[in-house]
Design a binder for this molecule. Sequence first.
Ligand code: THU
Length: 160
Amino acid sequence: MRKQKITIELTVFDTIEELSSANQELMRLAVKARKNAYAPYSNFEVGAAVLLENGEVVIGNNQENASYPSGLCAERVAIFQAGAKYPGISIKCIAISATSKNYTVDKPAAPCGNCRQAISEYEVKQRSPIKLFLMGETGEVVVCNSLADILPLAFDNSFL
Ligand code: THU
C-alpha cells in the first residue's frame, strides 16, 4: 500500500488590474460576455472568453432552460463554439467571470465538474495546457496553469 498526495499550485491576483494587459483584456471580454447570459432561473450569470493559438477569441455565456438539465454552462458554450468555428486550433486560455442578480459574487467562479471534463477533452486532444483565469464580479483573480490541475484522476481517451 502507498499513499499519494496531489497538490496544485494556483496564482492569486488581488484584482483584475494586476493581470497583464492582454489577460485583463481577455477577462474583460468574459465580463462583457456575461451580459448576454440567459439565466432567468438561477440569476447566476457567467461569461467565458476563450483565447486560441491563432489569436482569435471566442466567447460564451450560460444558456438556461425551463427543463433545467437542457441548459448549458458558459464554458461549454464557448469551447464548443471554438471547436465548431476553429477546428484543430489549440486553446491557450479561458477567462471566466460570474455575477448574480441576488448577491455580489466576490470570489472566483470555478468551472463545474461537467465543464472541467469537457475542457479536459480539449487539453488532452491538443496536448498542451489550457490556462484558466477565474473571477467573480469583484475581487481576486485565480490563475490555474492547466485544467488537469483542477481535475485530478481525470477520465480520458486512454481508457477507451
Ligand atoms: N454555470 C456556468 O455557466 N458555469 C459554471 O462553471 C458553473 C455554473 C451556470 C449554469 C447555470 O446556468 C448557472 O450557472 C447556475 O448553476
